[in-house]
Design a protein around this ligand. Sequence first.
Ligand code: ZN
Length: 166
Amino acid sequence: MKESGKYRLPYRNLSLGEHTYSFQLDNAFFAQFQDALIDRGKIDLVVRLTKGHMSGSLQLDHEGLIETTCDRCLKEIELPIEGSMHLLIRHADEAMGEEEDILLVDETTGALDLNEAIYDYVSLSVPMIKSCDQQTPCNSEILDRLRPKQDKMSDTAWDELKNLKL
Ligand SMILES: [Zn+2]
């Protein structure tokens, strides 16, 4: 977690009001996380922190590309992702067990560590099915190789269904 310091905001020392931070998430950022959904990528992230007298909140917006493989043809692709999220800032003693989307201030240092929250929330924006889009069509050679197998399987399944009806 050596990158953590970069994404730690000195919350207690911040003045009241809005503070904006820009980050670029790169391969080194994603490399911190084991069994990661995202291995490599380049993502621009803007964090807008609002600090009030009693409470605070964060607005995170990101946009960029991740490097992954197409689920259909296994080609290496750059997949565009984007998203935004709103988080509430809480102190440990006022956190409720049931609350979601909250980030706790470290009571010892007074800092807000965004490292894992950023990773979690960027991961949420990765689509369930990752595939080539219209600009970069799927590798047809590989699709052709995969297709006959799939057809054969579905034919067998269809035959079984017909047999059941009889
Ligand atoms: Zn593809």
